[in-house]
Design a protein around this ligand. Structure first.
Ligand SMILES: C[S@@+](CC[C@H](N)C(=O)[O-])C[C@H]1O[C@@H](n2cnc3c(N)ncnc32)[C@H](O)[C@@H]1O
Length: 319
């Protein structure tokens, strides 16, 4: 039987012939090596053509980030799950290395540009549009005043800072915003670039067990996180969000939209590169996120195609 999720997924994901062929290519080590290095070169070249100074950004961070901060940020009790220790985004150590952390901001700005690639936007405008299209959906479900936000999977803090600034300006009242990530390298960059200390805490931890108090948060966001996770991790993170949110609190997700024409019609080179650098793609594109949200106990509210490539999904913790 074809499930609703199978109907929505692109042909290059899941168990279709095309998908299996691409997976075979990826599993063939020499081919995978070439694809990885090609993906990287394409990314950097495209970014620099669009005024994102990829290599300069890298050098600046490499020189300015105090590496010893990692030791004070890192929680020695964290045990990295197996799914997190695979090669990822062309880095052999996945998110657990300085290269990933020094390139994350440039990669994030490039991602924003790809959403509106036929429009002549600057990367700054594209990034703002990307974030605001998500926040505009989220604010329809949040109360007038919120005090506690968790940005889970915050990476180098771009999502955390824009979220914090948006809601702080909107309600003109202080907000405690926490950024949590499993990579201490990403968090070191996040903390270093949060020069005016807008964010209350940068926490090194597992989204599945944050250590935050029960019923303590008004809003938990997962911005571009769950397409990088196996479904059992996403489900466990939903359970943790349910535990830590106050009754009436919001879980808000923005991520790739399997039903969008852009994703459905990705050119073969792009989807092959994507699958070769993001090992959980197939699992994400065949996962019924809304059903999982409801199964763990959220009141599912809506799924909105918040931009041409992404969807925003909202759930509320019942009273
Ligand atoms: C694509 S990045 C997110 C980007 C960021 N939220 C933004 O919108 O710019 C995904 C992040 O999720 C983090 N992550 C993956 N699995 C995690 C987990 N189980 N718990 C916490 N963070 C996790 C990764 O370390 C990575 O920094």
């Amino acid at each position: 039987m074809i499930s609703p999720t199978d109907k929505l997924k692109p042909a290059w994901a899941g168990n279709d012939l095309l998908s299996r062929f691409v997976n075979l290519l990826i599993k063939t080590k020499p081919i995978y090596g070439i694809m990885k290095s090609q993906a990287r070169q394409v990314l950097i070249k495209t970014a620099e053509k669009n005024d994102i100074p990829w290599r300069n950004n890298y050098q600046e961070l490499e020189q300015s980030v105090p590496k010893e901060l990692l030791n004070s940020l890192a929680n020695v009790d964290v045990i990295y799950p197996d799914y997190y220790q695979l090669p990822f985004h062309a880095y052999d150590q996945g998110n657990l290395c300085w290269s990933a952390a020094f390139e994350a901001a440039s990669a994030t700005y490039s991602m924003g540009l790809r959403v509106w690639k036929d429009e002549d936007l600057t990367w700054q405008d594209a990034q703002q549009r990307l974030r605001h299209s998500f926040f505009h959906v989220v604010e329809q479900y949040t109360p007038a005043i919120i005090t506690d936000i968790l940005d889970l999977g915050c990476s180098v803090g771009i999502s955390t800072q824009t979220l914090h600034q948006y809601f702080s300006q909107k309600q003109n009242a202080p907000i405690n915003t926490i950024g949590l990530d499993l990579s201490p390298y990403m968090l070191t960059v996040a903390q270093t670039t949060d020069t005016d200390h807008q964010i209350s805490q940068w926490i090194h931890g597992l989204g599945e067990s944050t250590g935050l108090a029960d019923n303590s948060l008004d809003l938990v966001t997962l911005q571009f996180v769950i397409h990088e996770l196996p479904r059992q991790a996403t489900r466990a993170i939903f359970c943790e969000a349910l535990r830590t949110l106050k009754p009436g609190g919001i879980l808000a997700i923005v991520d790739n939209n399997p039903a969008s024409p852009v994703i459905q019609n990705l050119p073969p080179v792009l989807f092959t590169l994507m699958k070769s650098t993001e090992p959980w793609s197939d699992d994400y594109y065949t996962f019924d996120v809304e059903a999982a949200m409801q199964e763990v106990g959220f009141d599912y509210q809506t799924t909105v195609p918040s931009d041409p490539r992404h969807r925003t999904i909202i759930g509320i913790k019942p009273d």
